[in-house]
Design a protein around this ligand. Structure first.
Ligand SMILES: *[C@@H]1O[C@H](CO)[C@@H](O)[C@H](O)[C@H]1NC(C)=O
Ligand SMILES: *[C@@H]1O[C@H](CO)[C@@H](O)[C@H](O)[C@H]1NC(C)=O
Length: 341
């Protein structure tokens, strides 16, 4: 099957572009604009989150950021050492890590880089994914190709009329093939541990899909998905099915899926639908909106959104070039440190 990777690569390109200039800021954040566009919290239907959830999202952002330490030249050292906050996880051991980066400019392996680690303190198994750094094309070529998504329907209802982004889906399948043996062993070894599927950007799109395999093959439900700056994965039918399957509209503290967006981050609004074709992309619910571009965002600025595109959340946001890399902290700062061992 021929799958066009252009959109996928463009997204990676944008990420890389942002990473490469993460220290500069062409578009300064304008907080007065924030208020103008979004109104204020009083007239917002979006509500706040608990301190506990806030701290967890901050912790998971650290874990996602750490995935950027894995390149063809660098890795996370055992048990869990790196230069961007691994020491915050003292009882954690990285069990498996992988990367697709190579010295080749073209990398079409369709696999995101990431790691799996076990934390004895929080009794968690972390599966944390970042995007690829490969890119081939120019921005004018954004690719939106979809393919049919069909699940076996063993432990979930069947997804009917579902379509997903072809590049994301192939990457998901390849990633499952790569990590499933390791992850399944760990789940047997630590049956009481919760699995956390975490991902940023492209990694978020794959992290969102990963639990489907575990649910369908094992009926596994002791997990949580938290994505940061995740692009849109599928069509409306897929969004319906996914929300139902992962209780994305459920009670805030017990749902299985959280999709964190940042004001100004355009990636969660991509790919765009093509009404004429028609190729429709629709985000899923579960949005948690960071209403200020801040590395140390206060709890009050983190909003729980209603539905797929709450007008108080990212939907009505302006766009800022740096926002994709600021989720509770600056994401991707491990990159320039080639010798992190
Ligand atoms: C976690 O606990 C297991 C067994 O209880 C042990 O083998 C492993 O070394 C521990 N890992 C860490 C990082 O403490
Ligand atoms: C965590 O690590 C500390 C220091 O190595 C150790 O004393 C403690 O027993 C560990 N806790 C768990 C739950 O593994």
């Amino acid at each position: 099957m021929l799958v066009s990777l252009r959109f996928y690569d463009i997204l990676a390109f944008i990420t890389l572009l942002l990473l490469s200039r993460a220290t500069g800021s062409l578009q300064e954040f304008d907080s007065s604009k924030n208020q103008l566009v979004l109104g204020n919290a009083q007239d917002s239907s979006a509500s706040g989150i608990s301190e506990r959830l806030h701290q967890q999202f901050r912790t998971y952002a650290d874990l996602v950021d750490i995935s950027y330490c894995i390149t063809s030249l660098t890795s996370i050292k055992k048990p869990f050492k790196c230069n961007v906050g691994c020491d915050k996880f003292p009882n954690t051991t990285v069990v498996y890590q992988w990367t697709t980066d190579s010295d080749a400019i073209l990398d079409h392996s369709m696999l995101v880089s990431g790691y799996i680690a076990v934390d004895n303190l929080t009794r968690s198994i972390y599966v944390s994914l970042r995007g690829t750094k490969s890119f081939t094309d120019t921005l004018s070529d954004i690719e939106i190709t979809q393919m049919t998504f069909a699940n076996p329907g063993n432990h979930l209802s069947k997804c009917v009329n579902c379509k997903v982004h072809a590049g994301f889906y192939m990457t998901y399948r390849n990633t499952v093939g790569r990590i499933d043996p390791v992850l399944s062993d760990l789940i047997k070894l630590y049956p009481a541990y919760q699995v956390l599927f975490l991902g940023h950007s492209l990694g978020g799109a794959v992290a969102m899909l990963l639990p489907i395999h575990l649910i369908e093959t094992q009926g596994f439900k002791n997990f949580r998905v938290v994505t940061y700056g995740q692009p849109i994965v599928g069509n409306e039918a897929f969004a319906d099915w996914y929300e139902k399957s992962l209780d994305a509209n459920g009670l805030l503290d017990s749902r299985l899926f959280y999709r964190i967006t940042n004001i100004g981050d355009q990636i969660p609004t991509l790919p765009r639908s093509q009404i004429s074709t028609p190729i429709i992309y629709e985000q899923v619910s579960g949005e948690i909106f960071l209403s200020q571009i801040e590395t140390d965002i206060p709890k009050e600025a983190v909003w729980v959104c209603n539905g797929r595109s709450d007008r108080h959340c990212l939907k009505n946001s302006y766009f800022s070039a740096d926002a994709h890399l600021i989720y509770y902290k600056k994401i991707g700062t491990c990159i320039p440190n080639i010798n992190n061992d």
